[in-house]
Design a protein around this ligand. Sequence first.
Ligand code: ADP
Ligand code: NA
Length: 350
Amino acid sequence: SFKPLVFSGVQPTGNLHLGNYLGAIRKFVALQENNDCIYCVVDLHSLTATLVHPDLADQTRSITAAFLAAGIDPKKHIVFNQARVSQHAELAWIFNCVARIGWMNRMTQFKDKAGKDRENASLGLLAYPSLMAADILLYRATHVPVGEDQKQHLELTRDIAQKFNNDFSSRIADLGIGVEMQVGEETVNGFFPLTEPLIGGPAARIMSLRDGSKKMSKSDPSDLSRINLTDDADTISKKIRKAKTDPAGLPSELDGLAGRPEAENLVGIYAGLADITKEEVLRQFAGQQFSVFKPALADLAVDKLAPIAGEMRRLMADPAYIDSVLRDGGQRAGALAERTMKSVREIIGL
Ligand code: ADP
Ligand code: NA
């Protein structure tokens, strides 16, 4: 079977928020202990929405700084930005020819981001999941920690891997470069693994603080909707104080949060930050009003985020250091990527 490897990426678009931290980056940090990990700032992905980005290089440094400040170790693992390793774009092209247009048209993120004027969305936005599959499969990664919003893209990554493995099964066998893997009942010889998403926990989907039906997002025009990793203590407290809730207090059981998305979201944020379950949060705060819970949540958020923000500021004052991390990571990632691409070119006959 395939050697376990963790891969994930974050786009250099806007400020990182609590959803990115709890849904993704905090998991990246935890996974370092028992895995080889590759963490990528996916700058090519950020072009799908806005091609002209005057501050792209700084945004890339800022995500890198967040990775390092959160505790990712760029010596033991690999941290780099996607554009440094041109094989990402090369494999994405191959996958554009593996994937079907119908698969892409079904992606809910494409529908959301393209909006009503779909004809005017970039072709890159439609092909986004194909580049994401390339990011992952270029390293033959077996596990991808992401938030719940990425679930459908991970399924598509598996579809692409499976179709490639099927379409080229005899070439892969002839060249003797396949790996034995279990697909349902069958044992097959594949070149690409069927990657497992690592989604879950109380913070897999953090919602907007202003509207419990929308996910917390960098692109939300309301800054009150999200807590940014770099917000200061007063801003964090203010945003939590102003967060939408309902008049009822905190219930003692999870059932009591049904139909109360804003309340459930705040409980999930507390659970994520404290690294406990929602049930445990409710045991602690059962019967309390939000006037008590919100200040406790604000204190906890400041406690967890202030050290990261401080370290990010320190790192951002030394852009040459951040660039050296990306350069070194890019070289190591590039060597691994080229190994995979050599085989892919051979399989296809390029
Ligand atoms: P965004 O969705 O904010 O533009 P990215 O697409 O770069 O950010 O996502 C980076 C990571 O953060 C992904 O793994 C994504 O699933 C995760 N993520 C983004 N928003 C949330 C959220 N509201 N809750 C949990 N995880 C999230
Ligand atoms: Na996203």
